[in-house]
Design a protein around this ligand. Structure first.
Ligand SMILES: Nc1ncnc2c1ncn2[C@@H]1O[C@H](COP(=O)(O)OP(=O)(O)OP(=O)(O)O)[C@@H](O)[C@H]1O
Length: 250
């Protein structure tokens, strides 16, 4: 079976300066990988490298069996909602239809199959009733679900999500988690970055701990341990007197 994602000793960064090194990943179809690390650890840069938007400076990388630059557009991407302009004067349906453009070609009208894929994607995220609403009038959590629907409409075999639960209410978080579980059961490989160790533990098959370099990768039970989190978070891991540990963001 072809790996959805394979990185061997990869460094990624900007202007030839690495921001994240020693990345070794092997993600199979249907597996869920959580990228965990503090602010500025390089999680977004790693995601961008998979999308062909940040350069691979060293090592070997393959995305859906191809070089990341060649695989550009084949992996799905759900950006952080706060990077989008909420005043964008488009309907929810139009945002989700954007996920079909690569299949349709921007110059051709949408076909029945495209409209069906959009309706199904909105239904999966529980927003079928909002199709005609203006995107900017939705809550942050609902906007995040629309962006997930847009990615689903493209039917990717690999889907990357950058902090999908940031600023998201509990109802939307539950809806997103349920959809991600279904997608992976259908064979879609998932990569998501998160600050939330609880989410990583609950949702991920594999956790990759990063901060400037990869510190560990493996199942949650082997990676989300006090020792490995201390290594990854350095001085930002504070030992509490009762034996527990608290992570403090820089
Ligand atoms: N376009 C860019 N050009 C140069 N440096 C960048 C660029 N984007 C990010 N960086 C730097 O790369 C480092 C890693 O940033 P990145 O956004 O990948 O971290 P992150 O783990 O996603 O953090 P956060 O959780 O805050 O989003 C930071 O030092 C950041 O300043």
């Amino acid at each position: 079976m072809q790996a959805a994602l394979r990185y061997v000793a990869v460094s990624v960064g900007y202007d030839r300066t690495p921001v994240l090194t020693d990345v070794d990943l092997d993600l199979r179809p249907g597996q869920r990988l959580a990228l965990v690390g503090p602010n500025g650890a390089g999680k977004s840069t790693l995601i961008k490298s998979v999308l062909g938007l940040a350069p691979i400076l060293a090592g070997r990388a393959s995305v859906l069996g191809a070089d990341p630059a060649a695989a550009r557009g084949r992996a799905g991407y759900v950006p952080q909602t706060d990077t989008l302009d909420a005043d964008f004067p488009v309907s929810v349906r139009q945002v989700v239809m954007m996920g079909r453009y690569r299949r349709i070609g921007w110059w051709r009208p949408a076909r029945a199959a495209d409209r069906r894929a959009v309706a199904e994607a909105l239904d999966r995220v529980g927003l079928a009733g909002r199709a005609g609403h203006r995107f900017g009038t939705l809550s942050g959590g609902q906007r995040q679900r629309v962006l997930l629907a847009r990615a689903i409409a493209a039917e990717p075999r690999l889907l990357l999500l950058d902090e999908p639960f940031n600023g998201v209410d509990a109802v939307s978080q539950e809806a997103i988690v349920a959809v991600l579980r279904q997608l992976s059961a259908e064979g879609t490989a998932l990569v998501l970055s998160t600050h939330d160790l609880g989410v990583a533990r609950e949702l991920a098959d594999l956790v990759c701990l990063v901060n400037g370099r990869q510190w560990a990768v493996g199942p949650p039970g082997e990676t989300l341990t006090a020792d490995k989190l201390r290594l990854t978070y350095g001085g930002h891991a504070v030992d509490l007197p009762d034996g527990r540990m608290m992570l403090v963001e820089p």
